[in-house]
Design a protein around this ligand. Structure first.
Ligand code: 13P
Ligand code: SF4
Length: 366
């Protein structure tokens, strides 16, 4: 079964490599002006500044899914984010709306840590151990096929901003849950809701086995052994260094960071939550932020009256988010202008139907 139809002009044409920024910006403005409401550009908080300046709306994964679902006007949705976000937007929009990803190589290394074959296999094996006592919850950072698996098994999607309410809901449905693919978001969320770490097991999709020492009956949460390579780059060593150097500094991190890092921080939440906290913080307050660098740098520039640093000064941006740049954005827009069918994200209808069950269960509670 073909899950996502790629009409991929995979290589950026040479002409965009020789254009300067001013020329590209002028062309993008011109095309935006020409297409008006027919064009909509959502941009995730982790996108580069050069791209964010052209976004019609910016937000975290949940907000971008909500705006995609609400927009019935735009014919062309050029998604400045990563592949799973564009797939989600395609599934939540109408037939006549087309979603484009400016660079088809903009994936997510965490989403790549769970494929549908591993997921189906895990479910079969876990059912042998736990019977019909589990519900799947998938982070939106997952393929459309996994969202469809989740939908047909009675589960729902979650994002980092609604994970708590979705985990609470899941426990009203079944005795235990399979949370995938981010073990850290799953562990941090369940722990905050009072599930002790001893009642959480880890499913290793590479070995095809459950990592757990105690009595199987005690397990409440099964965490998929996946992670975000960006957020795993924040460590307790970074926290100790910041505490030593800036004793009054507050530390806020994304819940994709490890349990140890979240536990030692002052606060944690989704990208939107982090933006809101910094926005509402008093002038002269000081903050170390543990999330992706494009966002941290933007917050540093936006609030010169606050002292903001990255929790890890050597952190790089998310490489896949960073693939969307000015040349790729202009290329996508020129393809639309010229009526070319390029870089379109289109999930097949069978997958969409089941994946919508899991997305809609989430959006109904968001
Ligand atoms: P949120 O935008 O939901 O905070 O997620 C962060 C992220 O890693 C997106 O890939
Ligand atoms: Fe994926 Fe992490 Fe990049 Fe988000 S920051 S897109 S989770 S690799």
């Amino acid at each position: 079964m073909v899950l996502t139809k790629f009409m991929d002009h995979s290589m950026l044409p040479e002409k965009y490599k020789s254009m300067n920024h001013e020329e590209m910006e002028a062309r993008i403005r011109e095309i935006k002006q020409k297409l008006g409401d027919e064009l909509f550009i959502p941009g995730h908080h982790y996108q580069r500044d050069e791209v964010i300046q052209f976004a019609d709306t910016t937000g975290d994964s949940l907000q971008l899914a909500q705006v995609a679902a609400a927009n019935k006007k735009a014919k062309h949705i050029v998604f400045c984010g990563v592949h799973f976000m564009a797939e989600t937007a395609d599934m939540l929009t109408d037939e006549h709306q087309v979603v484009y990803l400016p660079d088809m190589r903009a994936g997510c290394s965490m989403a790549d840590m769970a494929n549908i074959y591993q997921t189906e296999e895990a479910w079969v094996e876990l059912q042998k151990l736990f019977g019909d006592t589990m519900i799947p919850l998938t982070y939106v950072n997952s393929t459309a096929a996994i969202k469809a698996f989740t939908g047909r098994n009675g589960g729902a999607c979650v994002t980092s901003s609604n994970a708590k309410s979705m985990v609470k809901w899941a426990f009203t449905q079944k005795q235990r849950l399979l949370f995938l693919p981010d073990q850290h978001l799953g562990r941090n969320t369940a722990f905050d809701l009072g599930v002790p770490l001893e009642q959480m097991a880890v499913w290793d999709p590479i070995k095809g086995q459950l990592e757990y020492d105690g009595n199987l009956e005690d397990i409440k949460v099964i965490l998929w052994k996946g992670h975000c390579s960006v957020h795993e780059g924040f460590t307790i060593y970074n926290i100790r260094e910041v505490r030593k150097k800036y004793p009054d500094m507050k530390i806020i991190v994304h819940p994709e960071c490890s349990r140890e890092v979240v536990a030692l921080s002052d606060d944690n939440g989704s990208t939107k939550y982090i933006c809101d906290v910094i926005d509402n913080a008093p002038a002269h307050s000081s903050w170390a932020i543990g999330t992706e660098m494009n966002l941290v740098k933007r917050l540093i520039a936006k609030y010169p009256d606050k002292h903001i640093i990255s929790l890890n000064e050597n952190m790089c941006p998310c490489l896949t988010m960073n693939r969307i740049d000015l040349p790729h954005l202009l290329w996508a827009l020129e393809m639309i202008e010229n009526g070319e069918q390029g870089n379109i994200i289109q999930v097949d209808s069978e997958t969409t139907k089941e994946a919508l069950l899991s997305l809609e269960r989430m959006l109904a509670r968001a």
